[in-house]
Design a protein around this ligand. Structure first.
Ligand code: UDX
Length: 474
């Protein structure tokens, strides 16, 4: 049996709460700290503030036993061998990561350290943040040998966060002392030894006792860079395929075939090559900007990332033009919208491309009927229901009498609609799909005008408005 370790996790957002629940699940004693007392009370009472598969089960399993919730960071620090910092690092006006929460938490932790403690960066932070945390802690009078700062970045995706954590591709441990590295290795031992996957109640996923989670030990700086570089690279992959999709539209090729052909090259890999309306969410936009800022501060040119951002912004505009090409005018039209979250499987609408498109539709004078399986409540806080904007109970209600139906989020249920029903529910059978959930041939056979991203049917519409009209046809 692996030994139980006392852990404090500061910040109970997506990363902190999932990490805390998963640490409890692999046998540790976890205190989850948040300065938002109403959130702490909600968690103590059995509430789950985010929509995440398996999270309610894990919290239920461990609440009051292996996991406690508090706003008392001092006490949690004194009782913990490791304190994970998982607070927000929002984007500041300059594009850099705003580290003021990390700074404040580091000072508070410092004031409570009374035995050797490892402070672990879990939030995505720029390289050198560990040095700053070290300085802040020392400034608060903590002796060098009483603490270490390590980096253990988290690669979980929203919606599949629990499985991503427990069945990780790898665990990265960035530490500059043997003592800190050894303690972090012990934390992950149930996953790296495969022991966890032997348990009958283990959350299912790809890992098994024989194929357990590999561990990668690096310097602290390298671990900080791994996280930023990974997210920037994935965002680049998406922007890359989005431009390829636009080329496909111009020449009448299918981007999914191109992506498949590219992705079967093991050097490229098939994932994150789905063309669409651009990436969003709480990580990619902010991390690309922050990583670019890091390079800039070091006097290095990383304009490649500026281009990635530009392409992403253009992709939304381009999709909007596609809607225009199908509808001609907007004012007074009724548009059904499927999907508000930045991707399927989550209720998160931060930097959601779907919301940008909805806002633009409202601005142009359309009436919008929107449906999302999880994100309507959050959206309604930003865009309250009104004569122009309504939230409805299912996809067919969104399509009811609509001049067109837009698919903006890749929820699985949007890929399984009853097409005959959809056809007679819509006022005009026009579906504009920003996530490529249907085959153009199937939609054509079902009687729809169907526009998607980077596939031949979109090409057929190109002469309606056109940046590509001058493409020299063979
Ligand atoms: C991302 C990283 O994947 C994760 O490792 C990191 O820890 C946090 O940031 P997340 O933001 O939850 O995770 O979502 P992800 O699944 O990566 O999708 C990000 C955005 O890219 C979404 O808007 C999604 O729709 C879009 N996307 C993703 C594409 O447009 N095409 C793709 O092929 C993949």
């Amino acid at each position: 049996m692996s030994s139980q370790i006392s852990i404090a996790v500061v910040g109970s957002g997506y990363v902190g709460l999932v990490a805390a629940a998963c640490f409890a699940e692999i046998g540790h004693k976890v205190t989850c700290v948040d300065n938002d007392e109403s959130k702490v009370a909600m968690l103590q009472a059995g509430g789950v503030p985010i929509h995440e598969d398996y999270l309610p089960e894990l919290l239920e399993r461990h609440r009051g036993k292996n996991i406690l919730f508090t706003s008392d960071l001092g006490r949690a620090t004194r009782e913990a061998q490791l304190v994970f910092i998982a607070v927000g690092t929002p984007q500041s006006r300059t594009g850099s990561a705003d580290l003021s929460y990390v700074d404040a938490v580091a000072s508070e932790i410092a004031r409570s350290i009374d035995t050797y403690t490892v402070i672990v960066e879990k939030s995505t932070v720029p390289v050198y943040t560990n040095e700053w945390i070290r300085r802040v802690v020392e400034r608060n009078g903590v002796a060098k040998d009483m603490f270490d700062v390590a980096s253990n970045p988290e690669f979980l995706r929203e919606g599949t966060a629990v499985v991503d954590f427990l069945h990780a591709d790898r665990v990265v441990i960035g530490a500059d002392s043997e003592r800190a590295a050894a303690l972090l290795q012990k934390v992950y031992e149930p996953l790296t030894s495969g022991e966890y996957f032997r348990s009958a109640s283990a959350i299912p996923g790809t890992r098994t006792p024989e194929a357990a989670v590999p561990i990668l030990q690096t310097s602290t700086k390298a671990a900080e860079l791994i996280k930023h570089a990974s997210n920037a690279f994935l965002a680049m992959k998406i922007s890359f395929i989005n431009v390829v999709a636009n080329i496909c539209e111009a020449v009448g090729a299918d981007v999914q075939q191109v992506a498949q052909g590219m992705g079967t090259d093991t050097r490229i890999g098939p994932r994150f090559l789905s063309a669409g309306i651009g990436y969003g969410g709480s990580c990619f936009p902010k991390d690309v900007a922050a990583f670019r800022y890091v390079a800039e501060q070091l006097g290095l040119d990383f304009d490649l990332l500026a281009e990635v951002e530009k392409i992403n912004a253009e992709q939304k505009k381009r999709f909007f033009q596609k809607i225009r090409s199908a509808l001609w005018t907007f004012r007074g039209k009724r548009i059904g919208v499927l999907g508000l979250a930045f991707k399927g499987g989550t209720d998160d609408i931060r930097d959601s491309p779907a919301l940008d498109i909805v806002r633009q539709l409202l601005h142009e004078g359309c009436t919008v009927a929107a449906y999302d399986p999880a994100a309507m409540e959050r959206t309604a806080e930003l865009l309250p229901a009104s004569g122009q904007m309504s939230y409805v109970d299912d996809a067919y209600a969104a399509a009811q009498d609509a001049d067109a139906l837009l698919i903006l989020t890749d929820w699985q249920e949007f890929a399984e609609l009853d097409l005959a029903r959809l056809h007679y529910t819509l006022r005009y059978p026009i579906v504009i799909d920003g996530r490529n959930l249907y085959s153009p041939a199937q939609m054509r056979q079902s009687g729809f005008t169907y526009l998607s991203v980077g596939r031949p049917d979109a090409y057929q519409m190109r002469d309606v408005r056109d940046t590509t009209a001058n493409y020299p046809l063979p």
